[in-house]
Design a protein around this ligand. Sequence first.
Ligand code: SF4
Length: 240
Amino acid sequence: MTTTQISSDTDAHTEELKALAERAGRDLEDASALEILQWATDTFGKKFCVTSSMEDAVVAHLASRAMPGVDVVFLDTGYHFEETIGTRDAVEAVMDVNVITLTPRQTVAEQDAEFGPRLFERDPDLCCAMRKVKPLEEGLTQYAAWATGLRRDESPTRANTPVVGWDEKRRKVKVSPIARWTQDDVDAYVTEHGVLTNPLLMDGYGSVGCAPCTRRLLEGEDARAGRWAGRAKTECGLHG
Ligand code: SF4
């Protein structure tokens, strides 16, 4: 498909962006992940970023092929596993990307002092709102479009993820270049390109989030079943 150059927020009216996202979602449904990212980087340039939980660096790797030096945004909630921070550091060291680490306004200690310890047990939605949703919203302000690693096969809540869609909450274009991929596709890409992955994926975890809210998978569970296990909560609010 042809690309449209978006030069700045003032040029890119919200309705224009929304229509662009919806059209691209239809036109790129059968495109490869690299073609989707090439469209995104051609269209948005430096106003495009990848967000990564550092579960693996697949989308960051793909995006760096489309646009070397691409911004990769990582949310450091203060509750990550050491392995996740290590993966972030390794990505920064070896890949042609610009890692940007976002942090919440409060440290964990400051949050504990104001709201009491272990807020993640008593009110995980509030904890996620302060430690994930708000910092990401602030961090994405400078971008017109962002990419995620969402996949349709990860859970029922992600089954209808478009490859390009409109993020109504943030009023930005949301790109999910590997939405149509399966776990086998991810594994094959990791092997073929030697992509960095979080070591916890080799240690029984299907999805890696904050340590207090993540456990290993049990036999037969879907990849995200270890997140907020035993609670109705399935998403942190970043993708809702
Ligand atoms: S995943 Fe858990 S620890 Fe992390 S921000 Fe959400 S509630 Fe807090």
